[in-house]
Design a protein around this ligand. Structure first.
Ligand SMILES: Cc1cc2nc3c(=O)[nH]c(=O)nc-3n(C[C@H](O)[C@H](O)[C@H](O)COP(=O)(O)OP(=O)(O)OC[C@H]3O[C@@H](n4cnc5c(N)ncnc54)[C@H](O)[C@@H]3O)c2cc1C
Length: 360
């Protein structure tokens, strides 16, 4: 019998929406904003709230969706003839802005940075990690969609709720992710109680992907940038982590990260970096893209974050850990956390994607 995450809705809803805009927010991230009347009913619970994203199989094919009955949808999905079957992948709500009523009547419990304009429909942001073929072409169905989609394109979401689910007696939290988990960690950090303590370990492809994060003062941020020397802990005023020393991922650290079958050659700096000048102006507090060194570093995605976990986190058995990203990071990281004394019941882990060496 399938075991569902405790917080997954028992009767998840499908939401139709259309693309409003798509912008490059850092060298490795494209933010797609979708909107629609349906989304007004989306009950965003913050944290790592995620969903199944459905895209039309081709630009000229209408979006045909499976019937959803309770939590069951996949068999119906497979019954859709292949030529009409939508593409489906998993994504996190990067931000949500409820529909804005008439002037002076803005509603909802939005906690994000910018509310929707008056009279505007609800909007939801999706931060898509971009990754590249060795040829320099963008790879991955959703990354291609994110960089080519046009306003008005159809999409749909199937609500899946959050995975982050600390026990009631949690003492501290340890969050670990690669770039695919950055939207999840950002959401969790800004949803945490102000008094929470712990760590957040985040690995991104490039230093230009490092961003200020809003987090409780007691959370120590550790950034790792695979392809560009090192990244510093950067924080929003809410966090007292500005004093945390920069964490460097030099080729020396990368070389210390485990052996051959897990350390595939992934020339991130060489192929995954678009010409820096094409990236839009960085957001407030974000390091300028021009500081990104172009030197390639062959390293398995997630390996630096995993090495950091193995290198030791100050764990209390009453802590809770959340570790997501490349499959090896999730499974090996969970093992390391358990060996270090954290009960399995206090670790949520999820392999968000699987690194395929042939793909790099
Ligand atoms: C709960 C959950 C939440 C997620 N949230 C996000 C999110 O907010 N943002 C996000 O970008 N991803 C997120 N992911 C990961 C995302 O679902 C995967 O990266 C997925 O493979 C992308 O879908 P796709 O259809 O483009 O991949 P495909 O077209 O199937 O990918 C083709 C190949 O590309 C490779 N690939 C896939 N993703 C990456 C990557 N990131 N880097 C390098 N190579 C890759 C794989 O080897 C794969 O075989 C999440 C996953 C889960 C389970």
């Amino acid at each position: 019998m399938t075991r569902y995450p405790r917080l997954m809705p028992t009767d998840p809803r499908l939401f139709r929406a259309t693309v409003v805009r798509s912008v490059r927010t850092s060298p490795s991230f494209q933010r797609v904003t979708i909107a629609g009347a349906d989304l007004a009913d989306f009950e965003w619970s913050g944290h790592d709230h995620w969903f199944r994203l459905f895209l039309p199989p081709a630009a000229d094919v209408p979006l045909q969706l499976p019937a959803v009955s309770g939590r069951a949808w996949y068999r119906r999905y497979l019954e859709i003839p292949e030529a009409d079957r939508p593409h489906c992948s998993n994504y996190t709500v990067a931000d949500y802005r409820p529909a804005a009523g008439p002037v002076g009547a803005a509603s909802g419990a939005h906690t994000g940075p910018a509310g929707a304009a008056s009279g505007a429909p609800a909007e939801l942001d999706i931060d898509v990690v971009l990754h590249w073929e060795a040829s320099g072409e963008i790879a991955g169905r959703v990354a291609i969609w994110a960089t080519t989609t046009r306003p008005g394109s159809e999409v749909a979401l199937l609500d899946q709720g959050p995975l982050f689910d600390p026990p009631a007696d949690v003492r501290g939290v340890h969050l670990v992710a690669d770039e695919t988990g950055l939207p999840a960690l950002r959401g969790i950090l800004r949803s945490l109680d102000e008094r929470m303590t712990g760590t957040a370990t985040i690995e991104v492809p490039l230093e230009g992907d490092i961003e200020p994060l809003e987090a409780p003062a007691g959370i120590r941020l550790r950034w790792y940038a695979r392809g560009a020397g090192h990244g510093a802990g950067r924080s929003h005023p809410r966090a007292a982590v500005a004093a945390v020393p920069p964490v460097a991922v030099s080729p020396v650290v990368a070389a210390a990260v485990p052996p051959v079958d897990t350390v595939a050659t992934h020339p991130v700096g060489a192929v995954a970096t678009p010409p820096v000048g094409t990236a839009p102006a960085p957001g407030p507090g974000r390091p300028a893209a021009t500081t990104v060194a172009a030197a390639p570093v062959a390293v398995m995605p997630g390996a630096a974050a995993l090495a950091a976990v193995r290198g030791g986190l100050d764990l209390d058995p009453g802590d809770y850990a959340f570790i997501v990203g490349e499959a090896s990071l999730a499974t090996e990281g969970r093992r390391a956390l358990h060996r270090a004394g954290l009960p399995k019941s206090r670790i949520t882990f999820s392999g968000y994607w699987k690194h395929a060496p042939a793909h790099s």
